[in-house]
Ligand binder design. Structure first.
Ligand code: AMP
Length: 225
């Protein structure tokens, strides 16, 4: 399976799409936000620094992110195709990733951009709830994604929580960072001929359907490369 990179504004549905693709195709899902949140729970000096940057919605330093990503990519479970969610976030990170791929002898694969309007993102971010137990994603403002019992995961019964950066203030910072620093990646990957755009405004099912159609269409080139 070809490796996938998902690029989108916060709340556009990268995490939900990655979970859906993981279930359907058994991809490994690598979220740099999750890797960093895990490092933050250690509570040491580095963990505190990461937690502060994440809560404010600011980017963590490239060196910290790349080191966490490299460790993850070296795991043999990543050899059969992985989805990268939340990395790269800047052109500099994309260049660092190109070098990392060479070093680890891995392929870039394809890049999928999820397009969506800002108004929808605010609802998705402030309504998002996550499961402590199995990382399932819910949204209290979306009937398709509302948990059956309040604050409880339908899949594993785990308790749901809200991320510390899923508030309006952090959203504005994260959204502006996306426009300023992450969007230039669209040209970067377009020039490499590996970029595809999907509209994710209609919800997770429709987004998955479009991505599955795309992957089917690219089937040959996905397996051969
Ligand atoms: P996410 O879970 O992708 O929304 O990321 C949450 C937060 O983790 C971001 O707002 C950043 O503080 C940090 N983060 C995640 N990925 C990166 C990255 N590639 N570079 C820098 N910071 C990151």
């Amino acid at each position: 399976m070809k490796n996938l990179i998902l690029i989108a504004a916060p709340g556009a549905g990268k995490g939900t799409l990655a979970n859906d693709l993981k279930e359907k195709y058994h991809y490994v899902h690598i979220s740099t936000g999750d890797l960093l949140r895990e490092a933050a729970t250690k509570g040491d000096e580095l963990g505190k620094q990461i937690h502060e940057m994440q809560t404010k919605g600011m980017l963590v330093s490239d060196e910290i992110v790349v080191s966490a990503l490299k460790n993850r990519l070296m795991d043999p479970s990543c050899d059969n195709g992985y989805i990268l969610d939340g990395y790269p976030r800047t052109v500099k990170q994309a260049q660092m990733y190109d070098n990392l791929l060479k070093e680890l002898n891995k392929d870039l694969g394809i890049v999928i951009v999820l397009d969506i309007e800002k108004e929808l993102l605010i609802k998705r971010i402030t309504g998002r709830r996550l499961c402590h137990g199995c990382d399932a994603i819910y949204n209290i403002y979306n009937p398709e994604l509302t948990p059956k019992a309040p604050n409880t995961c339908d899949k594993c019964g785990g308790e749901l929580y809200q991320r510390s950066d899923d508030n309006l203030e952090s959203f504005e910072t994260r959204y502006n960072t996306y426009l300023e620093k992450t969007q230039p990646l669209i040209d970067y990957y377009n020039n490499k001929g590996c970029l595809y755009r999907i509209n994710s405004s209609s919800g997770s099912k429709e987004t998955l359907k479009q991505v599955v159609e795309l992957l089917n269409k690219l089937g040959d080139s996905i397996d051969k490369n």
